[in-house]
Design a protein around this ligand. Sequence first.
Ligand code: SF4
Length: 431
Amino acid sequence: MGNYDLREKLAGRFGEKVATITIGSAGEMGYRSASIHVSEFGAGHPSRAAARGGLGAVMGSKGLKAIVVEKPTERFKVEYADEGKFRETCTLVNKVIAQGAQNDPFHNIGTISTIEVTGANGILPVDNFSGKLFPAYQEVGANKFLTNLATRGGKNKLACQPGCVVQCSNCYNDANGEYLTSGFEYETIALFGPNCHISDLDSIARMDRFCDDIGVDTIEAANAIAVAMEAGKLPWGDVDTTLALLSEMKEATEFGRILGDGCEAVGKHLGCKRIPVVKHQAMAGYEPRNTKGTGITYATSPMGADHTAGLTMGRAFDDAGRAAQAYASNKLQVAMCIADSMMCIFAFAHVVPVMPKLGEMMDAMYGGNYGFPRLAAMGVKTLLTERGYNKMAGMTDADDRLPEFFYKERSAATGSVFDINDYELEVLFDF
Ligand code: SF4
């Protein structure tokens, strides 16, 4: 059963106010790109995906289809070392985040606003990470999105979970004003869009909805389709065949099952040489030759090609030398380990001016003397523990590399190759 029908069934049985954590048929079938879907705050659509790493297949392998979280009859009582201090510091930090959010395009538009930056700077992946520009990028950009919301009745500035003051989420309607999808994000739009040479936002929204329903990672599925396009299985930009191939995952045809296992599986099956994966995981929506710090993160993150582990994109980094980009990747990977234990990384981005306050909040919560340096040390320890796990699982330095074509083929947009050498990657975590 798909996530949307399942959510409706569970809400019918347990009430609309429950939160649900579910898998679709991809998780049931154990596909390696299967995601876990959490109902969003408010409307309850099962559109917030714990998408990466095939977690849905883990639930599926345990025979676990859904977790239903009911509203408790009484509030959980948290034991604080110093509740007054915690509340005072928390209010201040929240105020700083809310102020920062006022000028944040993620709040004012949504993550789709990133298209304007990546599209103009050769960072938007185009035609299976070919390194080319996509002149029509604004067709899938912020203005198109906002116009469609205004004329069709969709919404942005939504919170996907209670308490979020950044509110970057959205609900996107079709041309008839009917709900189509929500949590419609940059990665999905970049990778099913220009990276598959598709420039119709509504078609990409249909792909997003399908992937949410069957329960697969859109980054993995879109990269797999782009690789299939490059291998000639379908023409570039072919929306109907893309949707038909995605349906094959549900029907569990031979190719559908391979597609469900993601980009690397499809690339190997079709004999493709340009497969954009690191540690078997497909790349997020940033061209690593033109944002090299992000490329360093893709290469060295214990998760594989994961933008949320330390996205360094921005002129301050991208125009700086290699050492500065390595430094930025290192620092951001530590910071993201801290953020992931505390709050959404989009909120964390605004905490920078009051970072030491996070240590004070930990003191007030648990007692003791955390201080920011101790938090930073926890971030370092997290990274080293994850890397230690990978090593025990048989990974070596050779797994901390980008696919060869990024080193050899010049990006047509900028002339750049990914020229961070092996030594620079290997010493990145010599803290
Ligand atoms: S900022 Fe984070 S928590 Fe808030 S709506 Fe966006 S994704 Fe959800």
